[in-house]
Design a protein around this ligand. Structure first.
Ligand SMILES: Nc1ncnc2c1ncn2[C@@H]1O[C@H](COP(=O)(O)OP(=O)(O)O)[C@@H](O)[C@H]1O
Ligand SMILES: [Mg+2]
Length: 353
């Protein structure tokens, strides 16, 4: 058995007519890892997953599973498990037979099948429900059957393409926890696709951010959130304000002059045209200019959204929409109220044009 990564993707490219769905994509996945592929709709996530599963043929590059290049291996011989959003369970079979199906077509011994299916039922929390019909299960239970049916033949890697996309919010959050638990119990190396950044944050050991077929960044949720490498990642993750302007040095200090005329302090030594990125929760609001300090910015509240444990604001700062999230609200600023923004230099991320 080879050591090293379970999956290696090297310089993978794929075009549909003129559209570059994947462009020179390279990364690897370690044994037992849960890697989330995160990107907007049309960014190439499914093309990447389907290339690994063998249903899409890349134009160039290599897909290496357990040390072996599998580009020319047909899908059914790749030992890869795939779960789509549409689960395609067999409605005429009960839960047990659905999960047993991949083992039956592999002509496994009946006793062994029973043992494995019982174990899978336990792992996905459906013990005792083997004789239920698929139609008698909730959406979340059906999802778990789909995952059990895929895990039962012990694939080298589990591929999940937006498996929770069809579920409502509450069930979705529940299933995020379920899939993570199943992953931890089985230790299955997993690639999960989502366009939902919060889902990526809670589920991923690492996140691969993809945009227009190119990898923007790969890292832990903390790295992606706190140290975005590109303007795209900075904007895509969390609630982020992007200001356009110029960085200059004045009196020995670097400052950012927005095109609209306001000024932000910058900790990094940078200069030239570019963008300042500030996360919504890193902007503090005050009633008076003095409280907000030397770089206080005057703005007007245009909207406030109270949601129990935080307040979200939209402000007008010299004609620019600024989003602020107050996670420890002590007071609510009202629509039309004048407020003063405090933005610390370490919270201003700079991206050159
Ligand atoms: N079979 C296809 N034929 C032509 N274009 C395709 C096909 N599949 C995907 N695309 C295009 O490739 C790009 C990436 O698609 P896809 O991998 O499905 O993205 P995602 O899963 O991130 O939404 C999109 O621009 C999409 O329109
Ligand atoms: Mg897709």
């Amino acid at each position: 058995m080879a050591t090293g990564p379970v999956l290696e993707i090297k310089n993978l490219s794929k075009k549909y007519d003129d559209v570059a769905a994947l462009h020179d994509v390279s990364f690897s996945v370690n044994k037992g890892e849960l890697v989330v592929i995160l990107g907007p709709s049309g960014s190439g996530k499914s093309t990447l997953l389907m290339s690994i599963a063998g249903f899409v043929k890349p134009d160039s590059g290599s897909i290496i599973l357990n040390g072996t290049r599998i580009n020319d291996v047909p899908p059914y011989r790749r030992n890869v498990g795939v779960v789509f959003q549409s689960m395609a369970l067999f409605p005429n079979m009960n839960v047990f037979d659905n999960i047993a199906y991949p083992l039956k077509i592999r002509k496994m011994d009946k006793g062994e099948i029973k043992k494995r299916v019982e174990r899978m039922l336990e792992i996905v929390g459906l013990s005792g429900l083997g004789s239920r019909r698929i139609t008698q299960l909730s959406g979340g239970q059906q999802q778990r059957v789909a995952i059990a049916r895929t895990l039962v033949f012990e694939p080298s890697i589990l591929l999940l393409d937006e498996p929770l996309g069809a579920l409502d919010r509450k069930l979705r959050e529940e299933m995020q926890g379920e899939i993570k638990k199943i992953h931890d119990r089985v230790g299955a190396t997993t690639l999960l696709v989502t366009h939902d950044q919060e889902e990526a944050m809670v589920m991923g050991d690492r996140i691969l951010v993809i945009n227009c077929g190119k990898i923007e960044q790969m890292g832990t949720p903390e790295e992606i959130y706190n140290s975005p490498k590109t303007l795209f990642v900075s904007e895509f993750i969390g609630t982020t304000n992007i200001f356009k302007g110029t960085a200059v040095k004045e009196a020995g200090k670097t400052i950012f002059k927005a095109d609209e005329g306001f000024i932000l302090p910058v900790a990094e030594e940078v200069k030239g045209a570019g963008y300042a990125s500030v996360k919504a929760e890193n902007i503090k609001l005050f009633k008076s200019r003095q409280q907000a300090g030397a770089f206080a910015l005057e703005a007007t509240v245009t909207q406030n959204f109270f949601s129990g444990n935080n307040i979200k604001y939209e402000l007008d700062l010299k004609g620019v929409l600024v989003k602020v999230i107050d996670r420890e609200p002590k007071e609510i600023f009202k629509q039309g109220q004048k407020v003063y923004l405090k933005i610390s230099p370490e919270h201003v991320k700079w991206f050159p044009k």
